[in-house]
Design a protein around this ligand. Structure first.
Ligand code: FAE
Length: 548
């Protein structure tokens, strides 16, 4: 379905008047007609977590990019928002005084309900480096499907807690392939700039880059790319670059230059906790319930929805099951989380009117990893900042954009390491497995061959120019490519297919998708800026049309 502005206003099960009343104040109603209206403080103290039997006007499932944008803009429009997050709050230090653990010594905080780490870089000199850990609701989920492991952030802030912070806006010439039903003018003139401002994206100071030890690995990456005729481009990041300069000078506690990244950054990274979610909370209208996992959404009387939520212990046990109602529900559980919920709810009859596009169009953003072995005269540096700042662009000619990634091991490895984003055409489908009682994904590892071929358009050439070879020891014994993972799950509830052109789920008025599952499998660069910008675009329309 194409862009419609009136589709829901007439057919909503929840009337506008009732919805506004649900926000709890006439002041709220007034603010609804002014989406940009400034927030007003809450008058009552919010409960720590949502109570069994509660009724809320808006419930947002998940606290990543899509959820954070949605909560902030609704709150600014005068709507009370309840966010439900299966992961932890990540606001309390452990016994070492730090909230997050380091990549070099993953502990109980590192992985979501695993008893052994599953590190993306699993071997060193061919020797496995994964280690036993206590089962805990840790920050990084390595979720296994057949043929692929999907890495995702768990906790208040979603993927922003664990990611590299690379805030990349796709080239405009590639946009039509990314979101074909969206007007590029509005994205590039309004929503990408709004998203980048909200996220706090910024470029590294090139003069500092040229001299500082911790980016020697990236300078080697740039030099070798350029010697093979590939453009190296700096890309923005949400890391606080001034803080990194101070870390590097030794005047503040170290975070990026101490290798913090995959299991959280204790200081310099501007995760959503410091940007969109902080702003959302400051409105007084947003409440977050961490360690709460949504398991069901189904229609209730009066056009509302019943939402079933399991409260979890840090060991992953269900300690309570709550049933609440909401006038509207926004699915922001990430591409995998939202797809799994919707596929299950459609198949089990809880949301029978969802259409046949649910679960389809899932892609891995063409992620594939590799390392190259440099000569002794090209060291990449003992100390490497964990935050990437540049990439090699061969998208047009070879279908690959390679992020020059750090390998922050604390020792000189002479390795160059890359995460490539490629134009992989394969798409998977999620389906309900009634026997196992779970949602499966039909991805095949062999589908990554297309990504490997595209990444090779860059690295075969660099190896030929430099007289170097691929590393074969980082992902197993004699394995060049990590072709069994993605950091960038996208799709499963694709915009203008499973939803209308603004994320309204077909068949169930009052339900919306606002996260990476709207994007059909590939963004040509790292995805969170596009997820954020699309959420900004959609929520503006939804507030203007459905809530006023
Ligand atoms: P996401 O951020 O995943 O948030 C979903 C939230 O929903 C999570 O907090 C879940 O715990 C929660 N949730 C899921 N199911 C439920 C449920 N049933 N009930 C309650 N809560 C639930 O979604 N992207 C970039 O652009 N640049 C990078 O440098 C970059 N680096 C990355 C590095 C790593 C290691 C990883 C894992 C990802 C990276 N990404 C990067 C990808 C980026 O983080 C990801 O695309 C976004 O986080 C997706 O945003 P969503 O809002 O879709």
């Amino acid at each position: 379905m194409s862009d419609t502005t009136t589709q829901h206003s007439g057919s909503q099960g929840v009337s506008r008047r009732r919805f506004i009343a649900g926000t709890g104040s006439i002041l709220g109603a007034a603010a609804l007609i002014r989406p940009g209206a400034s927030a007003h403080a809450a008058t009552a103290t919010k409960p720590a977590s949502i109570g069994d039997g509660a009724h809320v006007p808006v419930l947002v499932i998940g606290t990543g990019y899509g959820g954070a944008v949605t909560a902030l803009r609704l709150a600014q429009a005068g709507v009370d928002v309840q966010m439900v997050e299966m992961g932890m709050a990540w606001d309390t230090p452990g016994s070492d005084g730090k909230i997050f653990c380091n990549t070099t010594s993953p502990d109980y905080r590192s992985y979501w309900l695993r008893t052994k780490t599953k590190q993306p870089l699993s071997n060193f000199f061919g020797i496995p480096i994964d280690r036993d850990i206590p089962r805990y609701t840790g920050i990084l989920d390595a979720e296994d499907f057949s043929g692929i492991t999907v890495y995702q952030g768990r906790g208040v802030g979603g993927g922003s807690l664990v990611n590299g912070g690379m805030a990349v806006t796709p080239k405009r010439e590639n946009f039509a392939a990314i979101l074909p039903s969206v007007n590029p003018d509005e994205m590039y003139n309004t929503y990408y700039p709004r998203a980048n401002a909200g996220l706090g994206s910024g470029l590294i100071d090139p003069a500092w880059f040229d001299t500082v030890d911790c980016y020697q690995f990236a300078r080697v990456g740039r030099k070798q790319a350029q010697r093979s005729g590939f453009p190296f481009q700096f890309v923005p990041d949400v890391y606080d670059w001034d803080y990194m300069k101070q870390e590097s000078a030794g005047t503040v506690p170290k975070s990026a230059v101490a290798g913090e990244i995959l299991y959280g950054n204790n200081y310099g990274k501007k995760s959503l906790q410091k940007t969109y979610l902080a702003q959302a909370k400051s409105t007084g209208r947003v409440t977050i319930s961490p360690l709460h996992r949504v398991t069901s959404v189904s229609p209730a009387a009066g056009g509302r929805y019943t939402v079933v939520i399991e409260q979890l212990s840090t060991g992953g046990d269900v300690t309570a099951t709550k049933s609440v109602t909401s006038d509207r529900v926004f699915f922001a559980a990430g591409s995998v989380g939202t797809s799994k919920l919707l596929v299950k709810l459609k198949a089990t009859g809880a949301l029978p009117h969802l259409n046949g596009e649910i679960g389809r169009g899932w892609g891995d953003n063409g992620n594939v990893m590799c390392g190259r072995a440099n000569y002794m005269w090209d060291p990449t540096g003992k100390i490497q900042a964990s935050i990437p700042c540049g990439g090699i662009d061969n998208w047009t000619a070879g279908g690959a954009f390679a992020e020059v990634a750090p390998l922050p091991t604390g020792i000189e490895t002479y390795a160059s390491f890359y995460l490539s984003i490629t134009k992989n055409p394969n798409r998977g489908t999620f389906s309900w497995n009634p026997v196992a009682g779970r949602v499966d994904l039909d991805w095949q590892t062999a589908w990554k061959q297309a990504s490997i071929d595209m990444a090779k358009t860059i690295f075969d050439k660099i190896n030929a120019t430099e007289g170097t070879i691929y590393r074969t020891d980082l992902f197993g014994a004699y394995k060049i490519w990590n072709d069994t993972l993605t950091y960038h799950p996208l799709g499963g509830a694709v915009l203008n297919k499973a939803t209308d052109n603004y994320g309204r789920l077909q068949g169930h008025p009052g339900l919306y998708v606002v996260d990476g599952s709207l994007i059909p499998g590939n963004t040509s660069v790292n995805p969170f800026v596009t997820i954020t910008a699309l959420a900004e675009r959609n929520i503006e329309k939804i507030i203007a049309v459905d809530l006023t």
